[in-house]
Design a protein around this ligand. Structure first.
Ligand code: SF4
Length: 355
């Protein structure tokens, strides 16, 4: 059973917002412009007792700058957790809005700045809190599990928040305990989990505009061309792509697989920003982007998340100079949303294999 209530109009809005994000991408910087901005940002981070945390999907220069200045490159959960544990009083989030919100939920006393406050996520946009709450109200006996890619208000309605690194293990445990579930928002990840665990799940009907463009049919051709390549797939991808995977996993798990597998050539079905970290952590290996073009393709994102790519050095400098993009949340929503996130963190600590 899926919820499709009102999602056609939301989809049109998402398409328009994604187009606006692509149109707002800044021009490439010259080497000297980049160097000057990096120096200024490094000084501002230090002056403001701030740390930069970047997602694996943002541009490589932001990933490198985060690490060079004592910050981190991580998945969404780790970004929030590292922001919480770091002594800095300001956490600058290079990612999308829900990541800034998650950092604020866990660190309410800190100033959380988004590099770009209009950086959205199609999964978050496609799960409006009022509609989702009404959906949950229709099934009051079900445990509500939501993916990290949701707004603070949706998290506040949930019993559990999960990331893709922990979802399978947690839902297997909940199913063993006899719980019936509501899952939101990613329908492909929900479908994958359902197949793997046999869980009784009602699925919300949203998808990531980047991952859903990967094409199983064309991936078969690429695999034929490179028979020795291992295929790494993020579970936000369609089932036809997941079916061809050697490894299905979260961003962190796919990076680990690139290091651990004996293969020296990989086809990667997730946002292309991750290739930077894969190349750094598995030097000497080669990585190809999984195809988003070919028969039936409507490739607009082409493995580039338009909102992740809004994060750039110019916007980062702007955020630090003027304090723009500060994340502010209603305290009652924040406190309520913290409960299912803390529950997930406690579960992750108990289950060492979960990350
Ligand atoms: S890649 Fe997909 S899931 Fe990730 S932020 Fe972009 S739209 Fe959201």
């Amino acid at each position: 059973m899926e919820n499709t209530h009102g999602l056609a109009s939301v989809a049109a809005n998402i398409s328009s917002l994604a187009a606006q994000a692509r149109a707002a991408l800044g021009p490439p910087l010259s080497a000297s412009e980049q160097s000057l901005l990096e120096q200024e940002i490094t000084a501002l981070l230090s002056e403001q007792n701030a740390v930069l945390v970047a997602h694996y999907y943002v541009n490589s220069e932001l990933q490198d700058l985060a690490e060079a200045t004592g910050g981190y490159v991580a998945d969404s959960l780790e970004m929030a957790r590292l922001g919480l544990e770091h002594p800095a009083s300001t956490v600058v989030v290079a990612g999308v809005r829900f990541m800034g919100e998650t950092a604020k939920i866990l660190s309410p006393e800190k100033r959380i700045l988004l590099v770009e406050s209009s950086a959205e996520c199609s999964l978050d946009l496609n799960c409006p809190p009022e509609d989702f709450s009404a959906f949950c109200d229709q099934q009051p006996k079900r445990t509500v599990v939501v993916y990290a890619n949701t707004s603070a208000a949706v998290k506040a309605r949930a019993d559990w928040v999960v990331t893709s690194s922990i979802a399978l293990e947690l839902i297997r445990d909940l199913t063993t305990q006899g719980e019936k579930l509501i899952w939101a928002p990613d329908k492909y990840l929900g479908d994958y989990i359902q197949k793997q665990t046999g869980a009784d799940m009602l699925l919300w009907h949203a998808s990531c505009i980047v991952h859903e463009e990967f094409k199983g049919e064309v991936l078969v051709n690429l695999k034929t061309q490179y028979p020795d390549a291992a295929v790494l797939v993020h579970p936000e991808s369609p089932p036809s792509v997941i079916a061809l995977a050697d490894v299905v996993g979260s961003t962190g798990q796919l990076i680990q697989a690139a290091q651990d597998l004996e293969a020296t050539l990989f086809i990667v079905a997730t946002e292309e920003g991750i290739l930077h970290k894969m190349r750094q952590s598995a030097p000497g290996k080669r990585f190809l982007e999984a195809p988003t073009a070919g028969a039936g393709a409507t490739c607009e994102s082409c493995a580039h998340c338009p909102w992740m790519k809004m994060n750039d050095l110019s916007r980062l400098a702007q955020a630090l100079r003027h304090g723009t993009g500060e994340v502010l949340l209603d305290e009652s929503v924040r406190a309520q949303a913290a409960i299912p996130i803390q529950r997930m963190l406690a579960y992750g600590r108990k289950h060492s294999g979960a990350r």
